[in-house]
Design a protein around this ligand. Structure first.
Ligand SMILES: [Zn+2]
Length: 492
């Protein structure tokens, strides 16, 4: 174990996580924590990721009976090892803003790397994700099968079931998570560090997501635990953030159940340095009015793009369109703004800055349910649940499908069914029709089967997005209604 601790210290120093001056201090802290005896003189071996030292340290602790054999306890414990080497939040913030004076890019580059070095972003796990592209009539879409979260082992499941639930912190996005030790149901947040960003006298906090779904996947959360709300303030804040963090896009999940993200209880945005497929979407209709270019995108989710140079004009038009959408009903298209007093309409907004120009995308969402579609009319329909059943939030709406990790194993079952004629096991029976559909195609064999399966998954994902579109791209009447409504709102 001494050797691995030495390697870890060497990594920490080399990556700038700790200063050479702090070596003895940190070493003493770690030795005490791991119950190690002093007196060894060891030469460090270079490692490129903290997990290369942490995993063998944890293995040895398991052998010594100091851990309980569950993945969850390992994760909680290695966070504490890394946190010994981490700076206090105020020190991280000090360096961030010192670099920010030079450029926003320098500050975010440093902070992103820091969060990886301190192993808050577990890059070794993120790299396990399986990603591929799929060609569609909407352009190239991206798919990621999410394998970064380890499957819960039986021991972890038992420990989680025995965990008493507490209301501190209130949710995963509360500021109180910074340094939170975690428990059997909640991941450790020991090494979480946030950067305070004041927007118009309100306090917000910038952090990186521990599960990076795209490059520099960031979250900006409100100081207050209050529900998500899309209003004028949301648009203003997204524009502000795009000016503050150079080259980052910022967007928000919708603020209603079914069409929103997984956390509606805490106001937050997402951003990052990444280009999503929606940015390359083609034009369905476009018009210029005064200083704003309006474009209805050729995109499965119904989207209006507004481009212009003057921020307050775009914000005021975005509000006008949102207000109109919140009261838009078209019975023949199954679109209804309210049921009694319950509102159904909101948007998923995304803002980007290109040079002196801003772009805001408004993706129109409707969260009605019906007898036929109890989980949502504009939600993935049942024939696609074998691939994706969860809400379609901001990231997916932009054309990056995050699909459940179970698919990895299940697609191997499909492969065995196709290549070796093995019947699908219980867990993969839901893919029977999907597998038979591939089987009926003439052009697959053992050399291209992986690609054929990926392509078939991609097609289902396209269908998922089309289900969520309120105006249907393949229906002329629907697209005419969308065009004439939006022309009216934006040119009156
Ligand atoms: Zn909260």
């Amino acid at each position: 174990m001494h050797q691995h601790v030495e390697n870890l210290l060497h990594f920490a120093e080399k990556s700038g996580l700790i200063q050479a001056r702090d070596y003895h201090y940190i070493k003493n802290q770690l030795y005490h924590m791991l119950h190690l005896e002093h007196g060894y003189s060891l030469k460090p071996v270079s490692i490129s990721h903290p997990s290369e030292a942490l995993n063998p340290i944890l293995d040895e602790l398991e052998k010594l009976g100091q851990l309980d054999g569950s993945q969850i306890t390992r994760d909680l414990f290695d966070a504490k090892i890394m946190n010994v080497m981490a700076m206090k939040p105020s020190d991280v913030e000090y360096i961030f803003f010192k670099l920010f004076m030079e450029s926003s890019r320098k500050a975010t580059d440093w902070f992103y790397q820091y969060m990886q070095n301190v192993n808050y972003i577990r890059m070794d796990r993120v790299q396990k994700n399986r990603s591929f592209h799929v060609q569609s009539s909407y352009g190239k879409l991206d798919i990621t099968i999410n394998l970064s979260k380890p499957e819960k082992d039986p021991k972890s499941i038992i420990l989680a079931s025995q965990q008493e639930s507490t209301s501190y912190p209130k949710c995963l996005l509360c500021i109180e998570n910074e340094g939170f030790t975690g428990d059997y149901t909640r991941d450790s947040r020991d090494q979480l560090r946030l950067i305070e960003v004041d927007i118009e006298k309100e306090r917000w906090y910038f952090q990186y997501s521990p599960y990076i779904y795209y490059n520099e996947h960031a979250i900006v959360l409100s100081e207050h635990h209050r529900p998500m709300k899309i209003d004028k303030k949301t648009f203003e804040n997204l524009f502000y953030l795009c000016r503050f963090f150079n080259d980052y896009f910022f967007g928000s999940n919708a603020d209603l159940p079914i069409v929103g993200g997984s956390i509606l209880s805490h106001d937050h945005y997402q951003g990052g340095r990444h280009h999503f497929p929606i940015e390359k979407a083609k034009t369905y209709r476009s018009w210029l009015h005064e200083d704003i270019q309006y474009t209805i995108l050729k995109w499965p989710l119904s989207t209006l793009r507004m481009t212009g140079k003057v921020e307050y004009r775009l914000i005021s038009m975005a509000m006008q369109v949102l207000n109109s959408w919140q009261n838009y009903t078209n019975e023949s298209l199954n679109i209804r703004s309210h049921t009694d007093d319950t509102p159904h309409h909101t948007v998923t907004p995304i803002v980007r800055k290109h040079g002196g120009e801003f772009t805001i995308d408004l993706i129109f969402r409707d969260n009605q349910t019906s007898k036929r579609y109890p989980l949502g009319i504009f939600h993935p329909h049942e024939d696609k649940w074998h691939i994706k059943k969860e809400n379609i939030g901001l990231i997916e709406a932009m054309g990056l499908g995050i699909l459940p990790g179970r698919l990895d194993q299940e697609m191997n079952d499909v492969k065995s069914y196709l290549l070796e004629g093995q019947p699908l096991p219980e867990r993969s029976l839901k893919h029977q029709a999907f597998a038979d559909q591939i089987k009926s195609q003439p052009s697959w064999d053992s050399t291209n089967i992986d690609h054929i399966i990926e392509d078939a998954i991609g097609k289902v994902f396209v269908g998922v997005l089309e289900d969520c579109g309120v105006f249907k791209q393949h229906d002329q009447q629907s697209m005419d209604a969308m065009t004439s409504w939006l022309k009216d709102v934006t040119t009156s």
